[in-house]
Design a protein around this ligand. Structure first.
Ligand code: 5AD
Ligand code: SF4
Length: 453
């Protein structure tokens, strides 16, 4: 008799690293004869890959676990697993005596460096004892595991894991452990395979991607080697720390046509006093010089950033400096957050003394300003022709594709006779703060996938 394969369902929260990690988990399980399902109701194993970076990310997961509890009532044999950063942070809350409420339904708890143990943990799961694996590793990079990718043209590739920067607000060094990098050779090989499979975009990922190191090779060497594999593949990367943004890296982006002219460079604050309290290891003058070097060397570059409002002891003047920096730099986009105290981080012992309504007002001012700048910048593209990669159907219309420019601008345009993975020129006729809209330029389609691929 053929044994029915167990069905696994996974939900992913948080950063792109988690998306990539979920693909590693699915690969490990697929190899052990598990089937992957998108239908939670038919799943034998329900996994949630979690994020701890802000309190609201954790609250969302608790909400989901509440829903899983109802499902498990109807299907008591269902195995529920909590993976990722929350597994690391909350193992005691989710297990043992303290496991109240949703904690009781969790069968396995697996940290980001323990995914190889998933098959074994699942095999033993379902009894009274919970399966727990939350050791952090100094060496695990899953170098030899090919992630199970579902997307057809765009792939995430984790090239380094962990973070050694210890920004005082950030839980990542505690949930993901120390920095370690994959070998350059293994990353290049993975890109070669993706090229043969017809992928058109790779994004190199790391919590601190530009501090990548493999013996004598630094991140610029890795980026160049990846770009050389296939010039029809766009290469992106995230996230960069301003301290590790070298001239060599800037020159490498400028010197390779398929390394996208887009840099995500989190600044966090415009105030030197706050930057120091955050242990960001640079001041605003260094950051301005960097932006200047990037803009001088990489024509038409897009820049985005992360900002935190309401860090402990942030004054109105500190906040004003952040607004001034945003106004001066004129980012193409920004991720903006209210400060959220995280247990175990150095900032947790500082008083969270910026009142909630002040945080809300400050983040509102930052968001309004950034929206206006994004809108102004996007409107300058009206009338221009931009090369766009067709990435998938527009969420709003079945007759239109969505795709991005080299500089990461989202563009919506009629499908014409393009297929996903084609490049084409689009003339922009309208823009808002998030999206450009336009028309295909006849005869501009560039199909780079051969039938054999
Ligand atoms: N509170 C608010 N935002 C945070 N980030 C990281 N930790 C916190 C926190 N405790 C933000 C930073 C980082 C991004 C990924 O999340 O801006 O760059
Ligand atoms: Fe967190 Fe700072 Fe490391 Fe980024 S660089 S992951 S913000 S500690």
């Amino acid at each position: 008799m053929i044994e029915q394969k167990k069905q696994v369902y996974i939900e992913t929260y948080g950063c792109q690293m988690n998306v990539a990690d979920s693909e590693v988990v699915l690969s490990v399980l697929h190899d052990k004869n598990y089937a992957i399902t998108n239908d939670i109701k038919s799943a034998d194993v329900v996994l949630v890959n979690t994020c701890s970076v802000r309190e609201n990310a954790e609250q969302r997961v608790y909400g989901r676990l509440g829903k899983f509890k109802e499902l498990k009532k109807q299907k008591p044999g269902m195995i529920i697993g909590v993976l990722g950063c929350m597994a690391e942070r909350l193992r005691t809350k989710l297990t043992g005596e303290k496991a109240k409420g949703v904690g009781q339904i969790v069968d396995i708890i697996v940290g980001p460096d323990e995914y190889r143990k998933m098959p074994q943990l699942l095999e033993q799961a379902g009894g009274k004892a919970k399966g727990i694996a939350v050791q952090l590793s100094r060496v695990e990079t899953y170098d030899d595991i090919t992630p199970l990718r579902t997307d057809g043209i765009s792939a995430w590739i984790t090239v380094m894991r962990g973070c050694d920067k210890f920004c005082t607000f950030c839980v990542v060094p505690f949930t993901r452990g120390r920095e370690r990098s994959r070998t350059l050779g293994s990353v290049v090989k993975e890109v070669e395979i993706l090229s043969a499979r017809g992928f058109k975009e790779v994004t190199l990922l790391g919590q601190n991607v530009n501090s990548y190191r493999d013996n004598e090779f630094d991140f610029a060497d890795l980026l160049r080697s990846v770009a050389e594999v296939d010039r029809n593949i766009r290469v992106r990367f995230t996230t960069s720390h301003p301290q590790d943004m070298s001239d060599k890296l800037i020159a490498t982006i400028a010197g390779n046509s398929n390394i996208c002219n887009f840099v995500h460079l989190p600044v966090q604050s415009g105030s030197d006093r706050v930057l120091q309290a955050m242990n960001r290891t640079y001041d605003s003058a260094h950051y301005r010089r960097l932006v200047n070097a990037i803009r001088t060397n990489i024509p038409d570059v897009s820049l985005s950033t992360d900002i935190i409002a309401g860090f402990p002891a942030e004054t109105e003047e500190d906040h004003r400096r952040t607004l001034d920096l945003i106004e001066e730099i004129r980012y193409d986009g920004a991720y903006m957050f209210k400060y959220s105290p995280r247990e175990h981080t150095p900032a947790f012992s500082m008083t969270d003394d910026v009142a909630e309504e002040i945080k809300t007002r400050r983040i509102g001012e930052i968001m309004d300003l950034q929206r206006r700048i994004s809108e102004e910048k996007n409107s300058t593209y009206v009338g221009r022709s931009l090369e766009v990669l067709a990435e998938g159907e527009s969420k709003k219309s079945p007759d239109e594709w969505q795709g991005r420019t080299d500089g990461n601008k989202m563009v919506i345009f009629p499908k014409g006779d393009l297929v996903v993975g084609d490049y084409a020129s689009v003339k922009v006729d309208r823009a808002n703060s998030a999206t450009l809209f336009g028309q295909l330029i006849p005869g501009s389609v560039k199909r780079t996938t051969t039938e054999a691929a």
